[in-house]
Design a protein around this ligand. Structure first.
Ligand SMILES: [Cu+2]
Length: 165
């Protein structure tokens, strides 16, 4: 009852469930007594969800800002069997760090991102062409838009789009 007494709003509901449970228990369905605490538990998050609902948007808004303030967004992408494991990346506006994990032993890859939707656009940033296994990091700044990326050694098969909003 200590848990219940903390939440006045829940007390009535629990009292109702308690009576309900007693009735059910009286009917011999002792197992129905167990769901009562479960229902109480569900009510508790529901009551706090008002606060959560208030906090959630601010957290959602704050998270990208906090991430950007903390040095930008970090995105991981792998090169496996001469393919990128991700062909669509997303990031908020600001600094982006690509952690490119070339797992192909003896195979040269890189991560080359363009300042536009395709490889006709200007270069934005590129890591060196190096044989795997090797881990590379590439940091650049983006505004809202779409940024095409590719591996310069395999431009027809290793490519994708970074979407920034
Ligand atoms: Cu490649």
């Amino acid at each position: 009852m200590n848990r219940v007494s903390r939440r006045k709003g829940v007390t009535l509901a629990v009292a109702a469930f308690g009576v309900f449970a007693v009735i059910l228990t009286g009917c011999g369905e002792a197992t129905e007594a167990d769901p009562t605490p479960v229902k109480t538990w569900k009510i508790t998050p529901a009551a706090s969800s008002d606060g959560t609902a208030t906090q959630a948007p601010s957290e959602a808004t704050a998270t990208p800002a906090a991430t950007a303030a903390a040095g930008g967004t970090v995105l991981e992408i792998k090169g496996v069997s001469s393919l990128f494991d991700v062909e669509e990346l997303e990031a908020p506006v600001g600094s982006v760090t690509i952690k490119f994990d070339n797992q192909d032993a003896g195979v040269v890859h890189n991560f080359h991102v363009f300042n536009g939707k395709d490889a006709k656009a200007d270069d934005l940033a590129a890591s060196d062409l190096e044989a795997g296994p090797i881990q590379q990091e590439l940091t650049f700044t983006v505004e809202a838009g779409e940024y095409f990326y590719q591996c310069d050694a395999h431009p027809t098969t290793m490519k994708g789009t970074l979407k920034v909003s």
